[in-house]
Write a protein that binds this ligand. Structure first.
Ligand code: ZN
Ligand code: ZN
Length: 165
C-alpha cells in the first residue's frame, strides 16, 4: 500500500499505475482504481472503485449529490448502498450506529443522558447549525439540564438556551 502511494506521488505516468494493476486502498480505507477520464477522479488520477461499481449497476453516472454508504468494511464493495444525498447518507449512519449500539435501528440517543430510547419517548428538534441534523433528547433530561444551567447562572434573567447538536 505504501509503495503504491509512493509511486503515484512520484508521478511516473502510466507506468506507475501498472503496479497492482492500478489499484490500492487509500488512507480512508477505500479501494482506488486508476482512471484518468472519470469526472470524479482525484488529483492522482484514481477514482474510488465503489463509484465505478455503482455507476455500472445503475447504468449511468451517479447524480452529483449522490453518495455511497458502506455498511461493511469500506473496502468491501459488495456491501454498499447508494444514497441520494448527504442527508440521506447521514441518516443511514445514525441508524446503523443505533443498531450496533442498542440493537434498534429506529431508536435514538438522548444528547443529555446518552441513553437510547424509542423515538416516541424523545423530543426531536431540527438544529440550526450549518451541519443541520437533529437534536434528540428526553424532555426530562432537557429540563434537568436547564435547571442546572439556571442554578449556575444564579437565577440571572439571561435567556437559557440549550446547546445545539
Ligand atoms: Zn456511509
Ligand atoms: Zn435522556
Amino acid at each position: 500500500m505504501g509503495i503504491a502511494r509512493k509511486i503515484w506521488r512520484d508521478g511516473k505516468g502510466e507506468q506507475s499505475y501498472s503496479w497492482r494493476g492500478g489499484r490500492y486502498i487509500n488512507d480512508g480505507g477505500y479501494q482506488m482504481v486508476a482512471n484518468h477520464t472519470h469526472p470524479r477522479k482525484q488529483q492522482n488520477g484514481y477514482v474510488r472503485d465503489h463509484i465505478l461499481i455503482a455507476e455500472e449497476i445503475i447504468g449511468k453516472p451517479l447524480p452529483d449529490k449522490a453518495q455511497i454508504h458502506h455498511y461493511g468494511e469500506k473496502h468491501d464493495n459488495s456491501k454498499m448502498v447508494i444514497c441520494q444525498d448527504q442527508e440521506c447518507h447521514f441518516y443511514l449512519h445514525i441508524r446503523q450506529k443505533a443498531l450496533m449500539e442498542c440493537g434498534h435501528a429506529n431508536w435514538r440517543k438522548c444528547k443529555f443522558c446518552q441513553e437510547y430510547a424509542p423515538v416516541g419517548e424523545l423530543h426531536c428538534e431540527k438544529c440550526h447549525g450549518k451541519k443541520g441534523g437533529w437534536s434528540v433528547y428526553h424532555m426530562e433530561c432537557a429540563r434537568e439540564y436547564d435547571r442546572i444551567r439556571y442554578r449556575r447562572n444564579h437565577g440571572s434573567s439571561a435567556a437559557i438556551s440549550r446547546a445545539s447538536c
